[in-house]
Design a protein around this ligand. Structure first.
Ligand code: GDP
Ligand code: IMO
Ligand code: MG
Length: 427
């Protein structure tokens, strides 16, 4: 009765969507356990490309039940837009199940996200502006609106009133915005109720029963380890738990049920938004990585910051998540360099550190110490076995495996499902 977790090992956009889709036909449930429509998971199947934001990538696998877990924050307008978009393309979304305890992103949370970023000025986080932070803040403040609250109009009204009491003061007196009307919010949320009701369930119970019946459950993270609110580069993080611990709290599946943790890691590194990034490149190499890897955000279209592989970060992700297997993605993007630098340690104010510095200041000061590996010029996108790869690419992968804290079980050599080299089965 395996529960398998997929997490991002860097700053997001490692290719979690493709990895989830690869396993989709062999699992019974795919659960999104954290985040919301700040995520952008691209799945390429033949000539079809799907960009999923709120829905778990398992929605594309017929026969698999996609679940939005209690740890997710749900923007209902985006939910139904995404469902309608997929239905129009012939994807059956009728199996989708949503936790009654998932929180709802209300319109005022989107507003608060945007005005707060503007207010922060140069200290901004570079959020996706989807209302993620304010919605999780409401959850922790015990002012959140949950999916189940929509089914009792009285309760809903009381809760919206409670949430707006302080927020309207902040919006009008600090941000100089108009106050939000309670009715406006309640009416919008109630407009979704009829469509929503049949999808809602006690998902922890559902998943527990599924595991007890020997079904396979895949837990798909949004964001990544370095964006996790506890373990990431705080405060330049998202507001949810994007690591394996979050897979338990965000789904209601106990830690003892988890049999495998798959860390998705790019063969180089990218980051969207603000925050420290030791191996970031500001030169032609960075531009080339962005171009070769099509590194533009799936959600906001922002160019992603690009840099070389950072082994201390991969090791950190392996430890924090208990990674059993890495999926190394986008190896094909590195084709064409004579030499490929890999960050093996940091120089922090003159001291060599093998692991992530303990403090934020230390990480801001961290300068990468590089080791150089031979590159390759052959097109590897048609390689399907490790032996098909040029010698230098094999050596690069083996070197990363040695320094990254877990075995590399799968290698991505292109965006398509088929462009994958399997070394060890992931299930
Ligand atoms: P996610 O957020 O972790 O699911 O990743 P994204 O979908 O935001 O970004 C990864 C991008 O890389 C997507 O456009 C994928 O189609 C693409 N991709 C995934 N694996 C590979 C690979 O091995 N090679 C190449 N060239 N592209 C890949
Ligand atoms: P996937 O699942 C990359 C980043 C934002 C910003 C910070 C906080 O596709 O890997 P938020 O809107 O969450 O409050 O923004 O986190 N961020 C992501 N970066 N991939 C993502 O998701 C991200 N989700 C949020 O750019 O820096
Ligand atoms: Mg993404």
């Amino acid at each position: 009765m395996p529960a398998v977790v997929i997490v991002g090992a860097q700053w997001g956009d490692e290719g979690k969507g493709k990895a989830t889709d690869l396993l989709g036909s062999r699992v019974d449930y795919v659960v999104k356990f954290n985040g919301g429509n700040n995520a952008g998971h691209t799945v390429v199947i033949g000539d079809q490309k799907y960009a999923l934001h709120l829905l778990p990538s398992g929605i594309l696998s017929p026969g698999c039940v996609p679940v939005i877990g209690n740890g997710v924050v749900v923007d209902l307008s985006v939910l139904f837009e995404e469902i309608d978009g997929l239905e129009e393309r012939g994807i059956d979304t009728s199996r989708l199940v949503i936790s009654a305890n998932a929180h709802v992103i209300a319109d005022y949370n989107r507003t608060m996200d945007k005005v707060a970023e503007r207010f922060l000025g140069s200290r901004k986080i570079g959020t996706t502006g989807r209302g993620i932070g304010p919605t999780y803040a409401d959850k922790m403040n015990r002012l959140g609106i949950r999916i189940q609250d929509l089914f009792d109009e009285n309760i809903l009204r009381q809760k919206v009133e409670g949430a707006l009491e302080l927020k309207n003061q902040i919006l009008t007196k600090i941000y100089n915005r108009r106050a939000v009307e309670i009715d406006e919010i309640v009416d919008e949320l109630l407009s979704y109720v009829d469509r929503l009701r049949p999808m809602v369930a006690d998902t922890p119970l559902l998943l527990h029963e599924a595991l007890a019946a020997g079904k396979t459950v895949l837990l798909e993270a949004g964001q990544a380890t370095l964006l996790d609110v506890d373990h990431g580069t705080y405060p330049f993080v998202t507001s949810s738990s994007a690591t394996t611990g979050g897979a338990c709290t965000g789904s209601g599946i106990a830690p003892t049920e988890i049999t495998r943790v798959i860390g998705i890691v790019k063969a180089y590194a990218t980051r969207v938004g603000e925050g420290p990034f030791p191996t970031e490149l500001f030169d032609d190499d960075g531009e080339q990585l962005r171009k070769n890897g099509a590194e533009f955000g799936t959600t906001t279209g922002r160019p992603r910051r690009c840099g070389w592989y950072d082994a201390p970060i991969a090791r950190y992700a392996a430890r924090i998540n208990g990674v059993t297997d890495f999926v190394l993605t986008k190896l094909d993007v590195l084709t064409g360099w004579d030499q490929i630098p890999v960050c093996v340690a940091y120089d922090v104010d003159g001291e060599r550190l093998e692991e992530m510095p303990m403090t934020q200041t230390g990480f801001h000061h961290a300068k990468p110490i590089y080791e150089f590996f031979d590159g390759w010029h052959e097109d590897i996108s048609a390689c399907r076995t490790f032996d098909d790869l040029p010698r230098a690419a094999q050596d690069y992968v083996s070197a990363l495996e040695k320094m990254s804290g877990a075995r590399i079980s799968t290698i991505g050599v292109g965006p398509d499902r088929e462009q994958t080299i399997v070394l060890h089965d992931l299930l």
